[in-house]
Design a protein around this ligand. Structure first.
Ligand SMILES: CC(=O)SCCNC(=O)CCNC(=O)[C@H](O)C(C)(C)COP(=O)(O)OP(=O)(O)OC[C@H]1O[C@@H](n2cnc3c(N)ncnc32)[C@H](O)[C@@H]1OP(=O)(O)O
Ligand SMILES: O=C([O-])CC(=O)C(=O)O
Length: 377
């Protein structure tokens, strides 16, 4: 009987639900949100518009976008006790501080306990604005500065950079952050979104689901890869060392971070926009060596590309953040800023047709046996 059961370890290739949010064509390397190509959205849209599209299903009219933007801006507040929590945890990894702070928000803001589609939209919009505030406040507090107050004249991306650095970003820097958020906004049943859906499957609230998602995003096989790519780039040090680095990794059968994906068999379509960003920014800032190191790794990985092993979205993003002077341990939290709308809409979809997600494990432990009292063991 046991041998007849097919086990899908890691749920590889398993469809567990239908979804109308994003479509990933793995073999062709294509991605769309609500039917719109990621390439059009990355070049023509804004994070605010994409967040609206994901949450409400259609591109907004000018009036709808303006109302949505006003809702996001009015949500740029944090309850004062949250700053004490950030202060108490300031020496932790920013991802741990962020997760702790979102968890605390659930306790500090009673509205977050409601479980309904409307509440998920309302609480989701609040979290979309609060998450970048928490990350920026943490950076200020751990450096002995006062958190920077949000600026309502600035877009989501520009305001995030303003709060992080305390200086107004250039239009190019704000646009690059905006594109980064668009590219990270949604990706189907990735590990963190799936984990969030499991949480909502028990009829838990959105804040609980986002805490689950944040925990899951943090690992190096998922969002943590951007930080690891930057560590790799530092370890390689110069483009001519890239081939030796890859050879050594392959010899030890260790993954080269920033490569590989469960679904894509070609280059991740999001990587193209980030690659261009790294190249341009590196040249503009007189630091072309980072791009050269990354391309050295890509070249050395070429023999594996035909087996479907290509760069993913995390490969280039770290260097962009580095060039902007953003500390390495903030790379995963930045991914989280972009991904919030995707998590919200996945949770809404789950709630709309809710079902407890509870697969099976095939028991292969000991056969039934008699309990052995302590003095006889
Ligand atoms: C936003 C994101 O979450 S994108 C992913 C970010 N994560 C990374 O960049 C970390 C590095 N990559 C990886 O660890 C993996 O590719 C994952 C976790 C992303 C996907 O893993 P899976 O779908 O489970 O693929 P799996 O691990 O089975 O790999 C299939 C084959 O490719 C190889 N492979 C996969 N990724 C890599 C890699 N980065 N470097 C070298 N070889 C790799 C595996 O060794 C395996 O080879 P084998 O069949 O000879 O044993
Ligand atoms: O889809 C995945 O498995 C991981 C990923 O690329 C993402 O979450 O953006």
């Amino acid at each position: 009987m046991k041998d007849e059961v097919k086990i899908n370890r890691g749920l590889v290739g398993v469809y567990f639900e239908r979804s109308g949010v994003s479509h990933i064509d793995g073999p062709r390397g294509e991605l769309s949100y609500r039917g719109y190509s990621i390439h059009d959205l990355a070049t023509r849209s804004s994070f605010e518009e994409v967040a609206y599209l994901l949450i409400h299903g259609e591109l907004p009219t000018a009036a709808e976008l303006s109302t949505f933007d006003a809702r996001l801006k009015s949500a740029r507040t944090l309850p004062p006790p949250l700053f004490d929590i950030i202060r108490a945890t300031k020496d932790g990894h920013p991802m741990d501080v962020l997760r702790t702070a979102v968890s605390a928000l659930a306790a500090l803001e009673p509205a977050s306990r409601e479980v309904s589609e409307d509440a998920f939209v309302e609480n989701g919009i609040r979290l979309t604005s609060q998450i970048p505030m928490i990350i920026a406040a943490h950076e200020a507090i751990r450096n002995g500065r006062d958190p920077v107050a949000p600026d309502d004249t600035l877009s989501h991306a520009a305001n995030w950079l303003w709060m992080l650095k305390g200086e107004k970003p250039s239009a190019d820097a704000a646009r690059l952050a905006d594109v980064d958020f668009i590219l990270h906004a949604e990706h189907g049943s990735n590990a963190s979104s799936f984990a969030a859906r499991v949480t909502v499957g028990t009829e838990a609230n959105l804040h609980g689901a986002i805490v689950t998602a944040l925990s899951t995003l943090a690992g190096p096989a998922h969002g943590g890869a951007a930080e690891d790519v930057m560590k790799m780039v530092h370890e390689i040090g110069s483009p001519e060392n890239a081939a030796d680095y890859v050879r050594a990794k392959r010899k030890m059968r260790e993954p080269v971070t920033g490569f590989g994906h469960r679904v894509y068999r070609t280059e991740d379509p999001r990587a193209r926009h980030m690659r261009e960003g790294v190249r341009k920014l590196g040249e503009e800032m007189g630091a072309p060596e980072w791009y050269a190191i990354l391309q050295g790794v890509v070249e050395a990985m070429q023999p594996y590309a035909r087996h479907g092993l290509n760069v993913n979205v995390d490969f280039y993003s770290g260097v962009i953040y580095q060039l902007h002077g953003i500390p390495m341990d903030f790379y995963v939290p930045i991914f989280a800023i972009g991904r919030v709308p995707g998590w919200i809409v996945q949770c809404i979809e789950q709630l709309r047709r809710n079902i407890l997600i509870r697969p099976l494990t095939l028991y292969d432990g000991p056969a039934p046996r008699a309990y052995v009292p302590m003095d006889q063991r």
